[in-house]
Every structure is written in structure tokens, then in C-alpha cells.
Design a protein around this ligand. Structure first.
Ligand code: PEP
Ligand code: MN
Length: 269
């Protein structure tokens, strides 16, 4: 029997950030590079989002990398670049927090705090991240059951957060040809039982840019509340997750196709 989640019942079913709405029938978009790498890269990314009508820019500054020898993110040095791009293009920003010092560093620029797959069950971080009156995007850990995931979300709620954005980013299964397996069924199950909006992250699930568009369309058709996508001005020379970055042209095409599908299948304007 699953634990009771009394606070999740009280969470928002609709989260609005800078005009972007997630939930209650609306399909919200978050896109941007895996990691913030340089001023030109971030500036070009922000320009793409603005042009596509996407209101929330993503970009990691504190990257939890599998190898300690991989690029770890610009960390505090990237904060000023983000502030500049946000102001110039009028965008909201989401970035991953990994501990207390990264959270404090990101507070001046992050409109949504992201807790990544690897930290989904980091209870100290969950207790901390819910305290700031900001929406928190909680990714499902890639080997985390629904019961564990819901309990993690309840930790956020217990620390004061009522705007929790759940994010299915793929789990480990026997399928080894994609990076992870996007659990659309699990995401729909969550939506059928709890009020919180649930979005998909097809970029990390697939690990392959060619699969990101069809999986985004599938998430939209299925009734999820939005997507978070990775997109870089030049995917081939990014320092992080390069195979799964959409080009700006691919993102533009996908946004148009998805808007069309939403309008005709779900009646979303
Ligand atoms: C990310 O969003 O760049 C990221 C690291 O994702 P995940 O936590 O899902 O691996
Ligand atoms: Mn990434």
C-alpha cells in the first residue's frame, strides 16, 4: 500500500511562469542548452527561444556529470551571463540546484528550481529547495519507483512548496538502444491521481536528437502538461549531451508541429 501524500493533494494544478502555463489543459515549453557554456552560446539560445515563443530558458550551471573529468558547468561564473540574457530577451530561467551553495547562487536568476534525476531522492536537498516560494521542477530519478517519486514530491510540499512540476525524463529498462525509456504511461498515471502538472523531457530519455520530436508529439497527444527540451546553436560542438541537442531549426519546426497538434487534438489555442 502506498503512503498517503496529504500535501500533494493540495498542490497547484496550474503553474504560471512568465506567461508560460503548465497544467489545467495548457502545454508549457522549456528549452535551451544542457549547460550554459559561453555568452555567444547563451545569447543565441535565448534569441531562438524568443523567436519560437518559448518563455522559459533552461541551462545548467552546476552540472552533475557521470565523469569527474567532464565539464562541470560554468558554476557561479555563469550567473552574470544568465542575468544579461534574461533581461535582454525577457525570458524566465530554470537551472539545476545540487546543494545549498548552488541554490543560493541561483536564487537571483532562477524562476524555477530544478532538482535532477540523480538528486530525486536527496532528502536534504528536497527539504531545502521547497522553502523559497519558487516553483520546483522535480525530475523522476531514472531508477525511482512512483511511490518513491511521490514521496520525494511530498518532501518538497512539506518544506512549503505548492508549485511542484513533475518531469518524466526516462527510466532504466531492458531497452539499451535509447539512453533511457520515456515512461509515458507512468506520467499519465501520475496525472490521473494527483493535481500537479507533469511534463516530459524527451531529450534525456532518448539521448538522440532524432527521437526528440516524435516523443514530444507523443507527450502532447497523450495529454501531458508540457516539455523540457535541449537545444543548442551548434549541437556538434557542445560540451554536454551533444547528441541529444536539437538545432534551432529543428526546435522551430517542432514547436510549430506541436502547436498544430495541440490546437487540433486538444483544442489548445
Ligand atoms: C539536465 O536536465 O541537464 C539533466 C542533468 O537532467 P537529468 O537530471 O534528467 O539527467
Ligand atoms: Mn543534459
Amino acid at each position: 500500500m502506498m503512503d498517503r501524500m496529504p500535501l500533494l493533494e493540495k498542490c497547484a494544478s496550474r503553474i504560471t511562469v512568465n506567461g508560460t502555463v503548465f497544467g489545467d489543459g495548457a502545454f508549457g515549453w522549456i528549452a535551451g542548452p544542457c549547460a550554459v557554456e559561453s555568452r555567444p552560446q547563451l545569447e543565441a539560445s535565448a534569441e531562438t527561444m524568443k523567436r519560437c515563443g518559448i518563455g522559459v530558458l533552461r541551462g545548467g550551471l552546476f552540472k552533475p556529470r557521470t565523469s569527474v573529468y567532464s565539464f562541470q558547468g560554468l558554476q557561479c561564473e555563469g550567473i552574470a551571463l544568465v542575468a544579461e540574457a534574461k533581461k535582454k530577451y525577457g525570458l524566465a530561467f530554470i537551472s539545476e540546484v545540487v546543494d545549498e551553495s548552488s541554490l543560493q547562487a541561483l536564487l537571483p536568476v532562477a524562476d524555477i528550481l530544478q532538482i535532477g534525476s540523480r538528486n530525486c531522492l536527496n532528502y536534504a536537498l528536497l527539504k531545502l529547495a521547497g522553502r523559497y516560494g519558487r516553483p520546483v521542477l522535480l525530475k523522476r530519478g531514472f531508477a525511482v519507483t512512483m511511490e518513491e517519486y511521490l514521496n520525494a514530491a511530498e518532501y518538497l510540499a512539506a518544506s512549503g512548496c505548492r508549485e511542484i512540476l513533475l518531469c518524466e525524463r526516462g527510466i532504466r529498462t531492458v531497452t539499451e538502444v535509447t539512453r533511457f525509456t520515456l515512461d509515458l504511461g507512468g506520467a499519465l498515471w501520475l496525472k490521473s491521481r494527483y493535481p500537479m502538472p507533469v511534463i516530459a523531457d524527451p531529450s534525456h530519455a532518448a539521448g538522440d536528437a532524432a527521437l526528440v520530436s516524435p516523443l514530444t508529439l507523443a507527450a502532447a497527444a497523450a495529454g501531458l502538461d508540457g516539455v523540457m527540451l535541449e537545444c543548442s546553436p551548434s549541437p556538434e560542438c557542445t560540451r554536454c549531451d551533444s547528441r541529444q541537442q536539437l538545432t534551432p531549426d529543428q526546435l522551430t519546426g517542432l514547436k510549430e508541429q506541436t502547436d498544430h497538434l495541440l490546437k487540433h487534438c486538444r483544442g489548445v489555442r
